[in-house]
Design a protein around this ligand. Structure first.
Ligand code: 6MZ
Length: 364
């Protein structure tokens, strides 16, 4: 595991509330239990249960959301999630989260995202580069850093790039989806780079989100879609026709969908453990990653929900290596290739390529 840990990595599909440490969830549940607001032992059982169907996963998210309703907790989990990814040498993280309005907490979608950003900024175990280059010249490539340490700032500290995607939940209306897109546009200068469509794939209809997604794209936001998590041929086709910059999962694709995907070269965010746990693919041997990888189509390994599925990005690379017979060099190349699919500009890509090149030298 050590090798997978030490390799630089890029995480492009991680849901904030799915990536919370179990210890934090239990602590939050105990506090609410002590106040008599929830039944702690029941919630503890739900949190610690290991195998869950896709439907049960969404029930768990409803429980998690009850535990993370106030601004302070949102800030705390954002901080911890970034620290956890940084501690396993993730050098670029695109974190996604659904902005939530909660009148009882005085929370608006905007104040929710502000709380997330505050958490990301408050990370102290590692330097966080959150603001796009054009906004913060201090992030510019530091030659001292490249010369000395592959993943650090000039002062020898480790560094992680973090960008935020705002998620539209499939339960939302067109208006609510549009509100999220407008918020993303207003918060671009703070590190928000794109929009994700996620949530229970058995709920909602593509036409509901389309106006907001179209608007997002017209305004230059990046868009990624959860696509084909359940069998829904028409929706998969509509999503591919939309030409998003990336898609997540692609589990229930049919021949025509693979053809379209190949012709468009849309990168696929692959979440192995998540797909196996939710039975979205029958077994790891049958996972579509192999065909995509062998066909040299753009793929990136991701965690999805490291907390909910008890995984880490290092573990996802380890699983891929052991399940599909990839050597270290191949896994390293897979990790490095992810840089090409990030929702950031060429300056960031160049710096990341530099990090990987210098790590490759150390591996020789
Ligand atoms: C679809 C998922 C998901 O946004 O509250 N989410 N949506 N498929 C998945 N695969 C298992 N995993 C997570 O994080 C939790 C939310 O992310 C989405 C769901 O909408 C979930 O409620 P945030 O930070």
């Amino acid at each position: 595991m050590e090798w997978w840990m030490s390799m630089p990595k890029v995480e492009l599909h991680a849901h904030l509330n799915g990536s919370i440490r179990d210890s934090t969830l239990l602590e939050l549940a105990r506090a609410l239990g002590d106040k008599g607001l929830i039944d702690f032992s029941q919630v503890e059982h739900v949190i610690l249960k290991n195998d869950r169907s896709l439907t049960e996963v969404f029930k768990l998210f409803d429980v998690i959301h009850i535990l993370t309703t106030d601004h302070m907790t949102v800030t705390r989990i954002a901080k911890e999630v970034v620290e956890d990814f940084a501690s396993e040498n993730v050098v670029y993280l695109e974190l996604r989260t659904t902005p939530k309005k909660n009148d009882s907490q005085g929370m608006s979608k905007r104040s929710y995202v502000e709380a997330v950003l505050e958490g990301i900024r408050s990370v102290s175990s590692v330097d966080v580069a959150l603001i796009p280059y054009t906004e913060d010249h201090r992030n510019l490539l530091d030659p001292l850093c490249s010369a000395t340490n592959d993943k650090c700032n000039g002062d020898g500290r480790k560094k992680i790039f973090v960008r935020l995607l705002l998620s539209i939940d499939r339960r939302e209306t067109t208006e609510a989806a549009m509100e999220t897109v407008k918020l993303a546009l207003e918060m671009r200068h703070l590190g928000v780079v794109g929009i994700d469509l996620s949530g229970n794939p058995k709920v909602g209809e593509w036409k509901t989100y389309l106006p907001a997604l179209k608007f997002a794209r017209e305004q230059g936001l990046f868009v990624t879609l959860h696509c084909g998590e359940v069998p829904n041929s028409k929706e998969i086709q509509d999503m591919l026709d939309f030409l998003p910059q990336r898609i997540g999962h692609a589990c229930f694709f049919e021949e025509e969908h693979w053809r379209k995907l190949k012709s468009t070269n849309i990168p696929v965010e692959i979440c192995l453990t998540s797909n196996i746990r939710t039975l979205s693919v029958p077994s790891i041997d049958a996972h579509h990653f192999v065909d995509l990888y062998n066909a040299k189509l753009p793929v990136v390994l991701c965690t999805d929900d490291s907390g909910v599925f008890s995984t880490s990005l290092s573990n996802e690379y380890k699983v891929a290596a052991s399940s599909f017979g990839l050597g270290r060099k191949q896994t390293f190349e897979l990790s490095k290739n992810a840089v090409e699919f990030i929702f950031s500009d060429n300056v960031v890509k160049d710096e990341l390529r530099e990090i990987f090149n210098s790590a490759a030298k150390n591996l020789e």
